[in-house]
Design a protein around this ligand. Sequence first.
Ligand code: PLP
Length: 225
Amino acid sequence: MTVAENIQGIKERIETAALSAGRKPEDITLVAVTKTVDAATAQLVLDAGEQVLGENRVQSYLEKYEVLGDKPRWHIIGHLQTNKVKYIVGKVELIHSVDSFHLAEEINKKAAALGITQDVLIQFNISGEESKSGAEPEDARRLFEELAGLSNLSIRGLMTMGPLGATGEENRRVFAGLRELFQRLQKEGYPNASFELLSMGMSGDFEEAIKEGANVVRVGSALFR
Ligand SMILES: *Cc1c(COP(=O)(O)O)cnc(C)c1O
């Protein structure tokens, strides 16, 4: 199968999942995760009509940026170290993986220096796995109160990762957990948070995520088999 055929197949599955959940397929954004492929293969994704590319490491983003420049809408989806923030703020459309006040503060500082606002998502660890990054759901209110002081951040929504090797049932529980947290924080209301985007679901579980309300799915391996 070619990359274009794989993308076509994934788009059809997104459409089916959206319709079965009573949602509009066009409201769901596919982030094509290109972390395992080179820039030439990432170009095939763009050729197939997709615009949003996701990278989990700043280094691999920078390498592909050398080749593809500003053609894609770049998203950073992986754990981010504060010393890497300077390479991406103002250049990427969305950072999915903000999981601490310290990191948010660093992004805000850089954005302020550039005179821009940076769009971000706050990542939560809903599954409770030790190995997963993400803020603790119990700390959500305190974290959002702190984040409210960062006026060069625009918090567009939340992100999580499904548990590793989980059953459909466990995935649904984690995704429902993030949706409920999203709705609660949205109701509480925070000045720099708009709560439009719910980023959850990867190659193995994006249909379950869509059924639980995801409108951003991050699909990698299924595009490149
Ligand atoms: C790699 C990765 C994905 C995509 O995973 P696949 O199983 O390859 O679809 C999604 N989100 C994050 C944060 C990732 O690191």
